[in-house]
Design a protein around this ligand. Structure first.
Ligand SMILES: [Zn+2]
Ligand SMILES: [Zn+2]
Length: 251
């Protein structure tokens, strides 16, 4: 078996494409900050879009930082689901489905903020005109199924938060939902989350920053025991298979 090592990751990061994120969340700045913090892996998860993922991957190309392509999808129930993928193409295929089901119109920049599409040099390529902060008309089940059909994994966002989480919107996590993990926000440690969500012990708990600005990036990292920094290893770690796992409470 290949040697296992500890990888520090932040798997829920917004860029300047998310209207609510800081304009400093550009590909170059995100990669530089992640390197400064010695993160081995980040996932880019903008609201309902993956348009900046490719630029962050390119910005990280000359570094040892691994960028996992993703999106944070708003379901019809107004819950947030992270879709993480093994390739940019899969994330963009998910984006295509999401765009077909984002039916509420265009972004209002003054009300919600700019949605900057950037390139790997931090140059502005344009603005995304869709209402990314809006909800799709896709149910949670459909979103999770679509992510999985594209080879991705679904993670329930910030289950401890009082808005846009499965628990805040539905009152519970549907037991049939094929989630790879549940995301715990900066408000709780994994130990506190384990104590609070006793009925969900079987899930992998994933601490993330949900960073919307550079100071938040990496502020609530997860440590993963893996044989390398790639998507397949991440899937194994969240499933707790072949010795891979999420390290909780420093054990
Ligand atoms: Zn969210
Ligand atoms: Zn988020």
């Amino acid at each position: 078996m290949s040697e296992l090592r500890v990888v520090t990751a932040d798997l829920h990061v917004h860029t300047c494409l998310s209207p609510c994120a800081d304009l400093d969340m550009t590909p170059q700045k995100i990669v530089a900050q992640a390197q400064r913090l010695k993160l081995g892996m980040i996932a880019i998860t903008d609201h309902n879009s993956a348009e900046n993922v490719g630029a962050v991957i390119k910005a990280a190309a000359a570094t040892d930082l691994v960028v996992i392509p993703g999106l944070e999808i708003t379901t019809a129930e107004e819950t947030h689901i992270l879709g993480l993928f093994g390739s940019l193409a899969s994330a963009l295929a998910m984006q295509e489905l999401v765009y077909e089901h984002l039916t509420l119109g265009d972004n209002d920049e003054e009300l919600f903020g700019l949605q900057v599409v950037a390139n790997e040099l931090d140059e502005v390529e344009g603005m995304c005109s869709r209402l990314l902060i809006g909800a799709t008309d896709l149910s949670v089940d459909l979103v999770v199924d679509a992510i999985r059909e594209l080879g991705g994994i679904a993670v329930a966002s910030h289950i401890d938060r009082e808005s846009y989480s499965l628990i805040s919107q539905l009152g519970f996590i549907p037991p049939n939902l094929k989630l790879a993990a549940v995301d715990i926000s900066r408000q709780l440690t994994l130990r506190e989350a384990r104590a609070r969500f006793v009925e969900y012990q079987d899930y992998a708990f994933l601490s993330t920053s949900d960073a919307h600005d550079l100071s938040q990036l990496g502020s609530n990292p997860v440590q993963l025991l893996m044989a390398g920094e790639d998507f397949d290893e991440l899937v194994l770690a969240l499933a707790g298979r072949d010795g891979r796992r999420v390290i909780e409470n420093g054990d």
